[in-house]
Design a protein around this ligand. Structure first.
Ligand SMILES: [Zn+2]
Ligand SMILES: [Zn+2]
Length: 288
């Protein structure tokens, strides 16, 4: 089309993309990133605080983004897919819906206690080294107590105000690595010490669980039950399952377990052996 005395205007092939419903801000999902973490970053990139962004996705409040991780609500997911172009399988892979490790996930509740479990942990140094600070899927697991890369314990609270990580409730336009309650930069949290033996046991248990999850045998084995009862096995807190302990209590638990024989992990008849390097190397693990 040519306007008199003006430029020639042509409809380009990609015109539909220019006028599509895509949101202007886009952030690429990172390796092992939790869906809620990516959504919080997406909100920030589009100039919307997470608490308000929940309403964009049809949520009315509460722990809306951790709920999205678990339940992968269809309406919200379709909005995300339509406005970002990230395909459903990729979004699903970031979620925890249908996770074989579901019984080992930290609980989604906030009773206000300063001592109980929280829903999410973090490694301050991982956040500090991230180009785009993000929360990992495996930080939702009660069996994870340490970061193998930085050889430190995971934290589950802001060290300044002792509150849980609640980016879903952030009303200000700040990145998710700032505490939603007090504004503390979580990347500046001090290092939590963990003994080498506890870190090794932590990594071995994580590897074994991943292996059993991959082979589909986790539901049929008693490994999860034994892990949940591990606070009683090490005489730390017999009445409390592992998922109901704070990060610091689980670090103590792992330290005690590392100092005792590992036969508590092996009470099945049908066993296979998984190898890890170090003093806890040979785990007999049920695969059936
Ligand atoms: Zn780390
Ligand atoms: Zn705080």
């Amino acid at each position: 089309m040519t306007l008199e005395g003006g430029p020639t205007i042509a409809i380009r092939e990609r015109y539909d993309e220019v006028v599509s419903d895509r949101w202007p801000g886009f952030v690429r999902p990172q390796r092992d990133e939790l869906l809620s973490s990516w959504v919080h970053r997406l909100a920030f990139a589009n100039g919307i605080a997470p608490r308000s962004f929940g309403r964009v996705l049809g949520f009315s409040g509460g722990m809306w983004s951790p709920s999205l991780d678990m339940n992968f609500q269809t309406d919200a997911v379709n909005i995300l897919r339509a406005h970002t172009g990230v395909p459903l399988p990729r979004l699903s892979a970031m979620s925890l819906k249908g996770s074989p490790l579901k019984r080992l996930l930290l609980p989604l509740r906030d009773d206000g206690s300063r001592r109980g479990p929280t829903w999410l942990q973090f490694c301050p140094q991982c956040l500090a080294e991230d180009g785009q600070p993000n929360f990992r899927k495996h930080w939702r697991l009660a069996i994870k107590i340490s970061c193998s890369k930085h050889r430190c314990g995971l934290r589950d609270r802001c060290p300044f105000c002792r509150n849980r990580i609640a980016a879903f409730n952030q009303a200000a336009l700040v990145p998710q690595h700032y505490c939603a309650r007090c504004g503390f930069d979580l990347r500046l949290s001090s290092k939590v010490p963990v003994s080498p033996s506890a870190r090794l046991l932590d990594q071995c248990i994580f590897d074994i669980c991943k292996l059993e999850a991959m082979t589909g045998s986790l539901d049929r084995s008693s490994l999860v039950r034994r892990l949940l009862h591990s606070p009683g096995i090490c005489s730390l807190d017999p009445a409390t399952p592992l998922v109901n302990l704070s990060a610091s209590a689980r670090i103590r638990c792992m330290g005690r377990l590392a100092a005792q024989p590992n036969d508590w992990l092996t009470d099945d008849d049908d066993i296979a052996v998984s190898h890890c390097d170090g003093p806890f190397c040979w785990w007999e693990v049920s695969l059936h």
